[in-house]
Ligand binder design. Structure first.
Ligand code: AMP
Ligand code: MG
Length: 422
């Protein structure tokens, strides 16, 4: 990447990382609550979960086959098989009648308990059974294999999940294995979503949109979807007209929310209704600009002590600032130990020139390449009003401040977006 100069934005605009750290330092984890396991997906566990169910509960077979003492089958080959009488038959769900008698074999099914004393389970493919029920062994390679030991996955007292760990589908499996129908998590934030602008319409006024007189409030819906995707509960606050009283009334109706997102109406040159309403309500502004594109007119403050984000109105800017700042902040509020997603490494397909005074988040596709890093390519024109640049994107390519050109084939970092993996 080439460094470049440029007439930088004003010194009081925060850089990307500083803006994010500033936001994170003011977002605290919410209270804990006990929820049904079926509703916990995407939350973070609030306290360490300790195993009290030992798994597996008994030494069990990893194969359908015959439990043996190793010494009894030692040296068995196809030409010179070992023949043993059957002393027990143990399907899954049954228990052995006793320890394995020396010089005998016990039939065991996968998952069934292995009789005490057995050293291994010879898979059925290495055996045959005659009409008198005697077993011929043609191989001894399983003589000390195929027994899954009691507690090898989880022993009593082991930590199953650590505080802050996400409830993933696998975590649901492990908790279910532990017999936990409920789990203690940090509760999901309720987040008010306000849209601002006289030009905006919603589905009930879609005819005006089709007639070309209004535009759809796509931000309200896209931001609500991002909130749900992040595990939060959106609370629609509707579309405020460009009047301070309407903005204020809608923000007041968010008093039960844990945070509020408002889009549009806060950029320089805007009519000041949102700012006026926020001042009336005593919002404590923490910052109002960041050295990023898209999304530099980003306001962050505390409204009634709770996080308030004034996002730009442009649909791409609103969605990108959500991914870059709000998703990590919401994850912190939910108690996740990792607020930010791990970045994906890729290689640029073509050179990309950037302006060095801002950190850019370009919308990119990640094209899979066999045996190599994915190829990173812009989704098309990157204007902040071109929402399809976002809907086509697999991720946000980060081109940090100070870089004016990324060469073709350079390794780059991408923030993954909720995915379209087809
Ligand atoms: P503003 O931040 O008010 O200057 O708006 C910037 C651009 O975003 C304008 O083209 C607006 O029409 C558009 N915009 C503002 N709010 C929304 C919204 N909720 N949904 C879709 N576009 C919007
Ligand atoms: Mg506007």
């Amino acid at each position: 990447m080439n460094a470049g100069g440029g007439n930088g934005p004003q010194a009081d605009w925060l850089g990307w990382r500083e803006a994010l750290e500033t936001i994170l330092s003011r977002c605290e984890p919410l209270e804990t609550e006990d929820v049904a396991l079926s509703g916990a997906l995407g939350c973070a566990v609030a306290e360490d979960v300790t195993a009290d169910v030992v798994h597996p509960p008994w030494d069990n077979s990893a194969m359908d086959g015959f439990a043996v003492h190793a010494a009894d089958v030692s040296g068995a080959t196809t030409e010179d098989p070992v023949v043993l009488p059957l002393s027990d038959d143990i399907p899954a769900g049954s228990f052995p009648s006793g320890p394995l008698a020396p010089g005998t074999a016990a039939r065991v099914m996968t998952g069934a308990p292995v009789p005490a004393g057995a050293s291994g389970v010879v898979r059925v493919e290495h055996t045959s059974e005659d009409s008198a029920g005697r077993i011929s062994f043609f191989k001894d390679s399983d003589a000390n294999r195929n027994i899954r030991r009691r507690g090898e996955d989880l022993d009593a007292g082991e930590i199953v999940l650590r505080a802050g760990q996400a409830v993933t589908p696998a975590a649901v499996g492990v908790l279910a294995m532990q017999g936990r129908s409920r789990v203690t998590v940090r509760r999901r934030p309720r987040v008010g979503v306000l849209s601002n602008g006289n030009e905006l319409a919603d589905f009930d006024e879609v005819e005006e949109v089709r007639a070309g007189h209004r535009i759809m409030n796509s931000n309200g819906h896209a931001l609500a979807a991002q909130l749900i995707d992040a595990g939060a509960d959106p609370v629609p606050l509707g579309i405020a007209r460009d009047e301070a009283a309407d903005v204020r009334r809608r923000l007041e109706s968010a008093d039960q929310c844990d945070a509020v997102i408002s889009s549009a109406g806060v950029s320089v040159g805007d009519h000041d209704q949102v700012k006026a309403a926020l001042e009336d309500l005593g919002m404590r502004r923490v910052f109002w600009r960041a050295r990023i594109r898209p999304g530099s007119p980003l306001t962050f403050g505390l409204l009634g002590g709770k996080p308030f984000w004034g996002l730009p109105g442009n649909p791409v800017s609103a969605m990108v600032t959500f991914e870059v700042f709000l998703r990590p902040a919401l994850r912190k509020m939910m108690g996740h130990r990792h607020p930010e997603a791990p970045r994906v490494l890729g290689k640029t397909r073509k050179a990309i020139s950037s302006s060095a005074d801002l950190t850019h988040f370009y919308r990119v596709r990640l094209d899979r390449v066999a045996g190599d890093l994915p190829l990173v390519e812009l989704t098309g024109p990157q204007g902040s009003g071109i929402l399809t640049s976002m809907s086509e994107a697999d991720g946000l390519l980060i081109v940090p401040e100070g870089i004016s050109e990324v060469g073709a084939g350079e390794a780059v970092e991408v923030i993954p977006l909720p995915g379209d993996w087809s």
